[in-house]
Design a binder for this molecule. Structure first.
Ligand code: FE
Ligand code: CA
Length: 525
C-alpha cells in the first residue's frame, strides 16, 4: 500500500466526524437563529497567525435546494506552496461565516462558525439551511482580521416558477486557453451553473508561460491534486464566476486521470492503482468544490443526484466514471484514445453501475415536472468518427462503447414527457437527436441532446456530421450553453468566444435552438 493511500485511509474515520461537525454547525445555525435578528458574528479564539491573506482561493456556493445552500472556501495564504497545504499551520482554524439578504451585509440572516481542518486542506463547507426558496443571498467568511470576498448565491424555486435559467459548462484545461467564458458567464441571466466535468486536467504543468499550472509533474498524489486545484482557482475569472453563481457539479475523467474507468487507470493496470488514485483525487475534488456530499470514504463518493426546480423541471446529474466497466476493445490496437470498433462492443457492460441505474429509473419515473433535464457527462446520442475506407469508428469511452446500457437509459428517458440531455466531454458544441436506436433514424426520436462547448480545452474539430446523421449541427468553438427553461419551451443558446486565447475576448451567440414542450425535436431558431 502506498503512503498516500495509507494516509488517506487513516484519515477516513476522522473525516467523517469533522464533516458531520461542520455540516451540523451550519444546520444548527440555520435552525437556531431564524430569519432575522441573529447576533452579528464575532470571531472567538485567538486570531490565527497566518502568513498573508487566507482567502486567495476565493469563495463559492453550490448544491442549492429550496431552503439550503452549501457555501465554501479554503484557507491558503500561500496557495502554491509545493506541499499542497497552502501555507497553513498543521492545526484546525476557526472560520466564521455570515449569510445576508443584501450585498452590504446589513441584514444578516444566518451566521456561525466552522472549523477548517488540516486533514482537508483547511477547506470549509457549510450547509446553510432555513433559507427562503427562489431567493438571492450573500455570504462571506472571516478569519481573525481577514474577510473573504463576498459571494452571491440563490436558492432553488418551489411551486410553479415561470422560468429557470441554467448554464452548462465543462472542460477547462487551464494551459490551453483563457477563462474569458467564465468572465462572460457572470453577466448571464442564469440561476445555476451545471458543471459536467474536466474541472481540472491532471497532465504535468508546463511550468512556463502565463497560463501554467503546478505541479510540473503528472498529478498523482493528494498534494499534487491540491496544488493543481489551487492553480486553477487562482484564475480571477473562474473565482469570480464561483462568487457570482451557485454551481452543481459532477465529474468526468480528468478529475482523476485521462480515460480512467471504474478502478482502471489506462497505463497502470496494477492492482489497487485505480482505487488509490481515486481516493486522493476524489478527496481533492471535494476539498475544492461547494458540494453537499462528502467527504469521500476511501475511493467512493456518491455525486449523482437530482433536484426539482419546482414543478417546472427535475434536474439530474450523472456520474459516468466511478462505477463504469472498462470500455470495449481496450488492450487491442485501438486502446489509444479508446477509438475504433470491435465485436465485443455490443457485449453487456455497465456505465452507471446498478445502484445509479436503479436510482435514475426510479427518479425519472416518479417525476411530475414538465421537463426532465439530464446532466450527462459523455455523449449519449452516438458519434461515428470513422471514414468510408475503414468503416465506422466510435469513441468507446462514450456511450457508444456501452450500447446495451445506453439502450436501457434511453428507454427510461422515453418514459418522461419532455426529457432533454445536456452533455460535455467531447470538446465541441453539438445538437443531437437521440433516437431510441442511435444511428437508426427510423427509430423513434426520444430526446434532444445539447453538447456544451469546452470552456478552454482544445477543440476536437473533425467533422463527424457526414457519418452521424443524428447530429443536427456541430459548432467548433469555446464557451458554454445557456438554457432558458420555461413552461412551454426550452431555449438553448450556444455562447461562443471569438478567441479563447484572448482573456478579453468577446462572446457571441453562435446558434439558438428551441424545444417546444410535447416534442422531442430541437429546432434551430
Ligand atoms: Fe475534456
Ligand atoms: Ca473527458
Amino acid at each position: 500500500m502506498d503512503d498516500d493511500l495509507a494516509g488517506t485511509l487513516a484519515l477516513t474515520r476522522r473525516r467523517l466526524l469533522v464533516g458531520s461537525a461542520v455540516l451540523a454547525a451550519g444546520w444548527a445555525a440555520g435552525c437556531g437563529s431564524g430569519d432575522s435578528g441573529a447576533e452579528p458574528t464575532t470571531t472567538t479564539g485567538a486570531a490565527p497567525d497566518l502568513n498573508g491573506d487566507p482567502f486567495t482561493l476565493g469563495v463559492a456556493s453550490g448544491d442549492p435546494l429550496t431552503d439550503a445552500v452549501v457555501i465554501w472556501t479554503r484557507l491558503a495564504p500561500e496557495p502554491l506552496a509545493l506541499d499542497g497545504l497552502g501555507g497553513m499551520p498543521d492545526r484546525p482554524v476557526e472560520v466564521s461565516w455570515e449569510v445576508a439578504t443584501d450585498p452590504d451585509f446589513t441584514d444578516i440572516a444566518f451566521d456561525g462558525t466552522a472549523s477548517a481542518e488540516p486533514a482537508y486542506a483547511h477547506s470549509v463547507h457549510v450547509d446553510v439551511t432555513g433559507l427562503q426558496a427562489g431567493t438571492e443571498y450573500h455570504y462571506r467568511f472571516r478569519v481573525g482580521a481577514a474577510t473573504s470576498p463576498a459571494g452571491r448565491t440563490r436558492t432553488l424555486p418551489d411551486g410553479s416558477p415561470d422560468r429557470f435559467g441554467l448554464a452548462v459548462v465543462n472542460c477547462q484545461w487551464y494551459e490551453t486557453g483563457s477563462y474569458a467564458a467564465y468572465r462572460h458567464l457572470q453577466d448571464e441571466d442564469v440561476d445555476l451553473v451545471l458543471h459536467l466535468g474536466d474541472y481540472i486536467y491532471e497532465f504535468a504543468g508546463t511550468g512556463e508561460g502565463e497560463r501554467s499550472t503546478l505541479p510540473t509533474n503528472d498529478v498523482t498524489t493528494l498534494s499534487d491534486y491540491r496544488l493543481r486545484y489551487a492553480s486553477y482557482k487562482l484564475d480571477a475569472d473562474l473565482s469570480a464566476a464561483h462568487a457570482r453563481l451557485p454551481f452543481m457539479l459532477t465529474w468526468d475523467d480528468h478529475e482523476v486521470a485521462n480515460n480512467y474507468m471504474g478502478d482502471q487507470l489506462p497505463g497502470d493496470a496494477s492492482a489497487g492503482a485505480g482505487q488509490t488514485r481515486k481516493a486522493v483525487a476524489y478527496q481533492a475534488w471535494w476539498e475544492h468544490l461547494p458540494v453537499r456530499v462528502g467527504p469521500p470514504q476511501g475511493s467512493e463518493l456518491v455525486v449523482y443526484q437530482h433536484v426539482d426546480l419546482g414543478d417546472l423541471a427535475r434536474l439530474y446529474l450523472l456520474d459516468e466514471r466511478q462505477y463504469s466497466d472498462v470500455p470495449p476493445c481496450r488492450g487491442s490496437d485501438t486502446a489509444e484514445g479508446d477509438f475504433g470498433d470491435c465485436a465485443e462492443r455490443s457485449a453487456e457492460r455497465t456505465r452507471l453501475g446498478p445502484d445509479q441505474e436503479d436510482w435514475f429509473a426510479e427518479a425519472i419515473a416518479s417525476s411530475t415536472a414538465t421537463w426532465d433535464l439530464v446532466g450527462n457527462p459523455v455523449v449519449l446520442g452516438g458519434i461515428d468518427g470513422g471514414n468510408d475506407a475503414d468503416g465506422p469508428a466510435y469513441y468507446l469511452d462514450t456511450w457508444d462503447g456501452f450500447p446495451t446500457a445506453r439502450g436501457r437509459l434511453i428507454d427510461e428517458l422515453a418514459k418522461a414527457d419532455n426529457p432533454v440531455v445536456l452533455t460535455g466531454d467531447y470538446h465541441a458544441g453539438m445538437v443531437i437527436d437521440v433516437h431510441q436506436r442511435p444511428f437508426d433514424a427510423g427509430s423513434p426520436l426520444v430526446a434532444p441532446e445539447f453538447m456544451a462547448p469546452p470552456i478552454s480545452s482544445p477543440l476536437f474539430a473533425a467533422d463527424i456530421t457526414e457519418r452521424t446523421p443524428q447530429v443536427q449541427q456541430q459548432l467548433n468553438g469555446h464557451g458554454y450553453l445557456t438554457v432558458d427553461v420555461e413552461r412551454e419551451r426550452l431555449t438553448v443558446a450556444f455562447r461562443v468566444l471569438d478567441d479563447v486565447s484572448d482573456p478579453d475576448s468577446a462572446i457571441q451567440t453562435a446558434a439558438t435552438y428551441e424545444v417546444v414542450a410535447g416534442s422531442p425535436k430541437a429546432a434551430s431558431r
